[in-house]
Design a protein around this ligand. Structure first.
Ligand code: ADP
Ligand code: GLC
Length: 483
């Protein structure tokens, strides 16, 4: 039986992206189509989204959606239908999807994303001709109010699923907004949208949806603990029966070293030697010494406490003494950006920090680095280590969340059995990372073992096939339970 799903999210690659959420939302429709699930995706009509989609048919209109007129415009991305919520008073702005050019959150984010959720709820209840959704799938806090609107509506509703991509972002707003957000008075309660005296968008979604997922089995367990749950662990323990973890996959149309047009030379698991050209190109683009023996580390990441790159910074003096190089691409917290820029000055030709955002550079680093470092303090899934596996850059990762679930540590037995794909460390501390870097370098100096790690990684199935099957099964189960 075919199913129809309305996905709702604040990002969708390649239309608008700030992180892995976009990659996932962009890849799911095609992967799910192969499992008999037709997905239509509702996203905000940011300027870049409307520019990329071009003019489309208006399929739904609102006279007043939180302060101005709005309408839903139908577009296409590859073969999937995308609904853009056009609301100039909410989305026609310079700056990013969530914050202005100075990184300050827009003051009306509550309404910007309540609008997305309210439009989603109406579509899920049949507001668009010839589209009946069996399930609504909301991603992260920006979409999480949709199950709440459906819950408090008198009309029939489809099954609802909320996926947590990162529990650190919860969308909390003043309780005085309740009526303006068109939430009924009775919703302000423990078993509703109330969260520590405020309105919690993610909390509301998790409380009022039918199924909760997150993006790895380990993170699904971690967020039930006080250490990782960030205040929502109690709710998640209470609803543990409906919580599951489904790993992310890699969009192989975008991330495939055999066809990638953004890298210097294409290659696959049978020709990993061709990586040398990308390695040389990477050193050149990043103004690193053209040194074939250096242990070349790569990083592509948001710069934030979560990602743990302060621990890498602290390890640079030792790494440099041991003949390593670092090519880093990232942007985010100023003190980290400045730290890596200072390291670049201190170690010219050995450390190179590209502060900013670049898809081209992200691909080149994956194709050219010897190892790829992800020292996160917590990581719901993580996509860059999956890209690294795919591209033969050996991942060095902390043992948390999705990093724990996707990388097989090169311990003695795993190496003997020929199954290792990377190096893990725990706990996430500077000292434990130091040991992991030393272990990795030791393998790097042993060419046969290193080649084995690279090939095992490249042979790992990181496609969307298995995850898509799990989502399809979950949708079917939730839809059946609702009927
Ligand atoms: P998160 O979503 O927490 O940032 P993920 O590993 O799931 O982490 O996804 C990050 C995505 O963003 C990847 O596609 C990665 O390549 C990309 N990315 C992160 N920083 C940059 C950057 N500075 N330039 C280009 N791509 C980046
Ligand atoms: C979040 C998480 C990351 C995950 C991504 C996509 O941004 O930080 O671990 O891979 O969402 O699910």
């Amino acid at each position: 039986m075919n199913l129809s799903v309305l996905a709702v999210a604040s990002e969708m690659s390649p239309l608008v992206k700030t992180g892995g959420l976009a990659d996932v939302v962009g890849a799911l429709p095609a992967a799910l189509a192969r499992e008999g699930v037709n997905t239509r995706t509702l996203i905000p009509g940011y300027p870049e989204v409307l520019a990329a989609l071009g003019h489309g048919e208006t399929v739904l209109a609102f006279d007043d959606l939180f302060g101005g007129p709005a309408w839903v415009q139908e577009g296409k991305l590859d073969r999937a239908i995308v609904y853009a919520l056009v609301a100039p008073h909410l989305y026609a702005r310079d700056g990013g999807p969530y914050a202005d050019g100075n990184g300050v959150d827009y003051p009306d984010n509550a309404f910007r994303f309540a609008a997305l959720a309210l439009a989603a709820a109406e579509i899920a209840q049949g507001a668009i001709n010839n589209f009946a959704a069996d399930a609504l799938h909301a991603h992260d806090w920006q979409a999480a109010l949709a199950p709440a609107y459906l819950h408090y509506s008198a009309k029939p509703r489809p099954a609802t699923i909320v996926t947590i991509h990162n529990i650190a972002f919860q969308g909390q707003f003043a309780k005085e907004l309740l009526a303006d957000l068109r939430l009924p008075p009775e919703s302000f309660a423990m078993d509703g949208v109330e969260y520590y005296g405020a309105i919690g968008f993610l909390k509301a979604g998790l409380q009022l949806c039918d199924r909760i997922t997150t993006v790895s089995p380990s993170y699904a367990l971690e967020i039930e603990t006080a250490e990782f749950g960030m205040g929502l662990d109690g709710l998640l323990r209470a609803r543990a029966e409906i919580v599951s973890g489904i790993l992310n996959g890699v969009d192989e149309g975008v991330w495939n070293p055999a066809t990638d047009k953004r890298i210097a030379a294409t290659y696959d698991a049978a020709t990993p030697g061709a990586r040398a050209k990308n390695r040389a190109a990477l050193q050149k683009r990043f103004h690193l010494e053209p040194d074939p023996d250096a242990f070349l580390l790569g990083v592509v990441s948001r710069m934030s406490w979560q990602k743990g790159h302060d621990m890498l910074l602290a390890n640079l003096p030792v790494l440099m003494a041991r003949h390593a190089q670092l090519a880093l691409l990232g942007a985010g917290e100023k003190h980290l950006e400045e730290g890596f820029l200072a390291a670049q000055d201190a170690y010219p030709g050995r450390v190179s920090a590209w502060i900013g955002y670049s898809e081209d550079m992200a691909h080149l680093i994956q194709a050219g680095a010897d190892a790829f470092v992800v020292p996160s303090r917590f990581e719901p899934c993580g996509l860059t280590q999956l890209y690294a596996l795919r591209y033969g850059a050996v991942p060095i990762v902390s043992r948390v969340g999705g990093l724990k679930d996707t990388i097989i540590d090169a311990n003695e037995m795993a190496v003997q059995a020929g199954v290792a794909t990377g190096v893990q460390f725990s706990p996430p501390t500077t000292e434990a990372l130091a040991i992991a870097l030393r272990r990795a370098e030791h393998f790097f100096r042993d060419k046969d073992t290193w080649r084995r790690l690279q090939i095992n990684g490249m042979d790992t199935d990181v496609s969307w096939r298995h995850p898509a099957q799990r989502y399809a099964a979950l949708y079917r189960e939730a839809v059946a339970a609702r009927r």
